[in-house]
Design a binder for this molecule. Structure first.
Ligand SMILES: [Zn+2]
Length: 56
């Protein structure tokens, strides 16, 4: 499984989800994690609902 990545809002690079700071610019990424992690969950929820809708 591919590692989950998020975009650093400080330097714009794609960085791994794990860890507390950006490995490139050392910026705190707690906010990026909560923001983009929530977005990921919403997309997954919509996708699952769509599949349930299609097969029902
Ligand atoms: Zn960064």
């Amino acid at each position: 499984m591919e590692e989950l990545k998020i975009r650093c809002s400080n330097c714009g690079k794609m960085i791994p989800y794990a860890g507390n700071v950006c490995p490139y610019c050392n910026a705190d990424k707690q906010q990026d994690k909560s923001k983009q992690g929530k977005m990921f969950l919403i997309i997954m929820a919509v996708f699952i609902l769509l599949i349930i809708y299609i097969i029902s």
